[in-house]
Design a protein around this ligand. Structure first.
Ligand SMILES: [Zn+2]
Length: 446
């Protein structure tokens, strides 16, 4: 038996996930994602394996930092199989289409590439074991991060390796709880929030209710930079609860008292994905399914509007509040949120609500850092923009397990993994999580 693992991306940072497993002379890649912020992408020419030699590419979920480089891989000669869950296969198409459109590629070439990737991709059910060549088998378990997300367990008779992918928090709207992998020799574990404890769902919804109450009180706007896939739908779900759950309505009477505050989804991709989420209701959790059965569609409600073209977008930028505006990108590194923030950050009536991780080097991270200071400002498109809007952070929506969640997940594995390798986390988060794991007698690789 021979085994080697190389981390080609997201070893000590949180974007650009890509891991290479060389097992029994079989070349396996786990994720092939794009980097964000100031993280450098490793040139494929310097990989220890050529794209054309890769037999299998596993995809843990359809976020762009896990799938964004698949077109590049195919262009470089990859002809292997792409293995993932059914829901991820469905979600990959619009996500890749959108990412490639931003790269200004010819529309026909783009369509061809998307069709080629779809042809190479196979969807699988959760928790069933399948055979690859050379007596290697694999199982995909629910990771609870976004719809369709999985961890990958790859094994031979001698060795078992688990790649956690991005692990979700427990008690997440719409999603089923993460599954627990079978005992393994090597666990490659994500560590995004290895040094952080999230607010629980009840606390989150309280905070959300307070922000929305404040927004209606002064006619301000609430900006929510959000990833189109995952957080946007979770967030719509929570807002639907605040608007329609009798207890929550009583707790936050001002939100629904006079005129209902309109919610704008200013993201064509967010809209496409939200529609796909509805079609994939088979994979929702029990609570979401029950709501739908009772006639309350959990990610759709009255006064939810979608903004499609740029003319509508400009109108919305100029429109007075109160309103709630969900727009990408999630870390404010581009997209329609930038226009909103240029005009909206200098107005004290407005609120900006971060519901996802803001990697260092991104505008989102800078707004959090500088916005708390008096006289704080940031540069957007080379323009100095003062930050007077209120800044709020609710981390529980970020669809990653916190330190407690990660430890509980590892503890739930029936036997201690032979070795744990921390990946997908910034150094501080990894150090804190490593300390906790060592305290519990786990063997953690440097
Ligand atoms: Zn993710």
């Amino acid at each position: 038996m021979s085994i080697e693992i190389f981390h080609l991306g997201a070893e000590k940072d949180v974007t650009g996930s890509c891991h290479y497993l060389h097992l029994n002379d079989t070349h396996i890649l786990i994720d092939c994602g794009m980097t964000q912020g100031n993280v450098k992408t490793k040139d494929m020419r310097h990989w220890p394996v050529h794209a054309s030699e890769i037999d299998y590419l596993f995809i843990t979920h359809a976020h762009i930092d896990h799938i964004g480089r698949i077109p590049e891989l195919v262009r470089n000669g990859f002809e292997g199989e792409i293995l993932t869950t059914h829901a991820t296969k469905a979600l990959m198409t619009p996500m890749l289409e959108n990412a490639m459109a931003l790269g200004f590629q010819d529309k026909r070439d783009r369509k061809k590439m998307i069709a080629r990737i779809d042809d190479l991709t196979w969807g699988f059910e959760f928790n069933e074991s399948f055979q690859l060549k050379k007596k290697i088998s694999f199982t995909l378990g629910r990771a609870g991060h976004i719809l369709g997300s999985c961890f990958v367990q790859i094994q031979t008779k001698d060795v078992s390796v688990v790649f956690s992918g991005d692990l979700g928090a427990t008690d997440t709207p719409i999603l089923c709880e993460p599954d627990i992998p079978a005992p393994c020799d090597i666990l490659c574990l994500e560590s995004t929030y290895g040094d952080h404890i999230h607010e629980n769902r009840a606390e989150r919804i309280q905070k959300l209710g307070q922000v929305l109450t404040h927004a209606v009180s002064d006619e301000g706007k609430v900006y929510i930079p959000s990833f189109s896939l995952g957080r946007t739908q979770e967030f719509l779900y929570e807002m639907d609860r605040i608007f329609s759950d009798p207890d929550l309505k009583k707790q936050f009477p001002d939100i629904t008292k006079n005129k209902r505050i309109p919610v704008f989804l200013d993201s064509p991709l967010g809209f496409t994905i939200t529609r796909l989420f509805s079609q994939l209701s088979k994979y929702w959790n029990k609570e979401a399914k029950q709501l739908k059965k009772r006639g309350d569609h959990p990610i759709d409600f009255k006064y939810l509007y979608t903004i499609e073209n740029s003319r509508q977008h400009q109108k919305l930028v100029d429109m007075p509040g109160p309103s709630i505006i969900i727009a990408g990108s999630g870390m404010c590194t581009g997209g329609r949120i930038l226009n909103h923030l240029q005009g909206g950050l200098p107005d004290w009536r407005n609120d900006i609500l971060f519901i996802g991780y803001q990697a260092s080097g991104t505008l989102g991270n800078e707004i959090i850092r500088f916005g708390k200071r008096t006289g704080g400002y940031v540069y957007i498109d080379n323009n100095r923009v003062d930050i007077k809007a209120n800044i709020h952070i609710i981390t529980g929506y970020s669809a990653h397990a916190d330190q407690k969640g990660l430890l509980n997940w590892v503890d739930a594995i029936k036997e201690k993994p032979g070795k744990i390798k921390l990946i997908h986390g910034e150094p501080e988060a990894q150090n804190k999580l490593r300390e906790k794991l060592l305290e519990k007698d786990y063997s953690v690789m440097a």
